[in-house]
Ligand binder design. Sequence first.
Ligand SMILES: Cc1cc2nc3c(=O)[nH]c(=O)nc-3n(C[C@H](O)[C@H](O)[C@H](O)COP(=O)(O)O)c2cc1C
Length: 479
Amino acid sequence: MNKISQLISLLGGTGVVAEKLNIQPSAISNWKKLNKIPNKKHEAILKLSSNLDINIENFFPKKNILNVKDTKVRILLIICGGIACYKSLEIIRLIKKTNIELDVVLTKSAQKFITPLLVTSLNERKCYTDLFSVEDETKMNHIKLARKPNIILVAPATANILAKLANGFADDLASSILLASFSKIILAPSMNPIMWNNLATRENCKKLLDRGVKFIEPDTGDMACGENGTGRFPEPKLIFDIIMGYINKNQTLVNQFKNISILITAGPTIENIDPIRFMSNKSSGKQGFEIASELAKRGAKVTLVTGPVNIPYPNCDNIIKVTTAQEMFDVVTRQLPTDILICSAAVADWKLIPKISSNKNIDINNKIKKNNDNLSFEAVENPDILGTVAKSNLRPKIVVGFSAETNNLKKNAYSKLISKNVDLIIANDVSDNKVFGEDFNKVCLIEKNNCEEWKKQTKKSIAVHLANKINHLLTNFNQ
Ligand SMILES: Cc1cc2nc3c(=O)[nH]c(=O)nc-3n(C[C@H](O)[C@H](O)[C@H](O)COP(=O)(O)O)c2cc1C
């Protein structure tokens, strides 16, 4: 049995797959015969496997697995052990009336107040409680639960979970999921007013706010403990409405860049000197990946061309991995035309060619030995991706560049904008070495007649603001 035949039988057989994909069974028989699925059907197969919760990674090329894009809204509700946790049952009931997919996790303390059986009955789905579940962890459940949802709502969020998340503890299922997630985290804290106002809790909340975690603030009034103050759990309907408002706002963004193709470069490039040595830079790829992820979420057809990085790939249409500046140049120019080009990659400006004084050639396919006469390196300039594309006949409607500078930030970035014919430059000061690999950055946005200094914020937040700015430019362009 060939691979595609195995895959089809895993998905329920020829008849089932034909029905689900609304095509003739003979077409599926043909795929099996050819041991190949046509490209245009890849996404449908991936969606079907995802709906059936079947992992088809072994049957489908890895590249396509990265391409899964679905728009179904999924929420993970984490209920912690606060006195108000029974009120979260009402949130489950309200979410159940929508077509949102809901999973629920109960902490150990929450189970002192409400039971997994009660939650399972209400939600009509398994309620998750245990990090060390042999049954669930065969599928790496804690990572799956962390990655699946668009939103993780923690309600009620105890002082304990705030402290754990703020300080990176992961000693149970709830806290491990929160640490392993890229999803939007929304916390609805509820606790005794003294606990809420305690400096430790205040500091934890501040840390979390700075990291982009959203809070639904507790109410003020009489508490179950008999005291009065701030810490009451807000009405479940209000929490539900806030969540729905957040989802609706994001849903309108989903089509913002529909039918717009965006080519993004990210990460460093590596220039080999010999089979062992290379020249590169400290770029982590984080900013470019956040931009790719944000624009893909807003409906753009994103192609990400990335140098070698050590971070997870974002969910976008196409990811092309390259190593050298020349490869990145070749791939980018092959991907043209595109509507928008964003060059966030830190492309090595030169490659180093070893030379010796006796004019003998050095064999760079083997390790260069120390005993060479007067070994030196000639710096040969790499192609300029940004400038070449921005000045070409195939210039995209909008071209965005990045400029990492150690001095004269705005002046240097402005010269780059003009000399390379770019629409806007995101400039950052890398002189203190605190940008590469970090989650926060402070940048300036530079246009021909405009310069904005953005406050220090997460790279995710910079991606959101940049996406808004590009949308604005695109609207002007199309008018
Ligand atoms: C009756 C009772 C009510 C509690 N209510 C709250 C509360 O409303 N908010 C809170 O932060 N902690 C509350 N606690 C303390 C938490 O249950 C405790 O900090 C626990 O470790 C939280 O665990 P979790 O965050 O894993 O759910 C309460 C404890 C008890 C015994």
